[in-house]
Design a protein around this ligand. Structure first.
Ligand code: SAH
Length: 353
């Protein structure tokens, strides 16, 4: 796919023409990763964050937000629930929280690995290389770190560096991959200031990075963030500005599948937030093969408000589990079993292993 072809799809509005994109993405998904939908149990382990990202409700300047950090026992309880529900993976996500130390996390990973054979995915932001190495050695399998946008100037604007330390997520992604993590990244769709050309470059970069996992979702303005406050004042040039819509999200999902046929791609909660009725299902029939049921105890979940109005906010882990399984089965798809590794990573490594 050339950049022009990607751009043409991003700008396409004819529903009949778009049907051919959905069908192609669904076919490529089926041929490369099959019909099984893998369930990843999401545990939002802390909402403390040292960063000031312009888009995220957990930014450190959001003082009214009450902060929490789950205890080791609380996390282990969630993980055993994941195993009971038959999930093959837990994803531990947090703000960039220095209170989660390298050592504490490594101990937790080791404990989880002795208690179960769950695959462990981390999504803890930009951490020191020594910590990433240590967590991998302790048994962590995968790492998610979205590059958010491939437009470097826009990235710097929305994701300020930490003091003098530059924020180079692309470099970190390469490092994670060299450590042997299954590596995931992705972007938000419709960040104020993001153009169609930027978004086409994002999709080309998914391919260049040879990602094992790709997460994309619409940008949803949070009133307690710098962007959320300016977005309501008509931020951006709307002739080139990508809209943060459901339709645009499906296009990016489908194009990500065509660009990276063997990647694991979730139908995200941000998408389900724009269409609670059928967003998940439409994502799954337009390229996605993963969903991430939430295991975070509801009283913490409400405080993990990266964007407002999040779908599934007050459901228990059991309700999330049943709702998502029903949705998958009623589409005629099956529930994935085992860890659900990315065939992309498996095939990349096999010649050298
Ligand atoms: N601290 C971790 C996890 C952040 S939350 C990290 O920085 O990697 C995971 C993802 O949520 C982010 O990477 C971002 O792409 C998305 N996100 C954050 N704020 C959002 C918003 N307002 N709307 C939509 N998605 C958002």
């Amino acid at each position: 796919m050339t950049k022009t072809e990607i751009l043409n799809w991003l700008l396409e509005t004819n529903p009949t023409t778009l049907d051919t994109l959905w069908e192609k993405a669904d076919r490529v998904r089926q041929e490369n990763v099959g019909d099984a939908v893998h369930l990843r149990g999401l545990i939002e382990i802390s909402n403390y964050c040292r960063r000031n990202c312009g888009y995220c409700g957990l930014n450190r300047s959001n003082h009214p937000l009450e902060r929490y950090r789950m205890t080791r026992d609380e996390i282990l309880t969630c993980a055993s629930q994941a195993a009971q529900f038959g999930y093959g993976t837990v994803v531990m996500q947090a703000g960039e929280d220095p209170g989660i130390t390298g050592e504490w996390m490594a101990d937790l990973i080791r404990e989880l690995k002795t208690q179960s054979n769950l695959a462990i995915t981390l999504s803890l932001g930009e951490r020191a290389r020594g910590e990433l190495r240590r967590w991998r050695a302790a048994g962590a399998d995968r790492y998610l770190l979205r590059f958010e946008t491939s437009n470097a100037a826009l990235y710097d604007q929305i994701h300020p560096p930490l003091g003098k330390i530059p924020s180079d997520r692309l470099d970190l992604l390469k490092y994670l991959r060299d450590l042997g993590y299954e590596t995931g990244s992705g972007v938000m769709i419709g960040i104020p200031g993001q153009t169609y050309s930027d978004l086409a470059d994002d999709i080309l970069l998914f391919r260049e990075l040879d990602l094992d996992m790709i997460g994309v979702g619409p940008f949803i303005a949070h009133p307690s963030t710098p962007i959320g406050q300016s977005a309501s004042n008509g931020y951006g040039d709307f002739s080139v500005q990508v809209p943060a819509t459901e339709a645009m999200t499906y296009k990016v999902l489908a194009l990500a599948r065509l660009a990276c046929p063997r990647s694991n791609i979730p139908s995200t909660t941000a998408l389900a937030t724009l269409n609670t009725l059928s967003g998940r299902e439409q994502g799954l029939s337009r390229g996605a093969n993963v969903v991430m049921p939430n295991l975070t105890p509801p009283h913490y979940r409400q405080k993990y408000e990266i964007y407002p109005g999040k779908a599934c906010l007050s459901e228990t882990a059991l309700q999330c589990n049943q709702c998502l399984e029903n949705r998958i089965l009623s589409m005629g798809r099956s529930i994935g079993t085992g860890p659900g590794d990315s065939p992309n990573r498996r095939l990349r490594r096999s010649p050298v292993e």
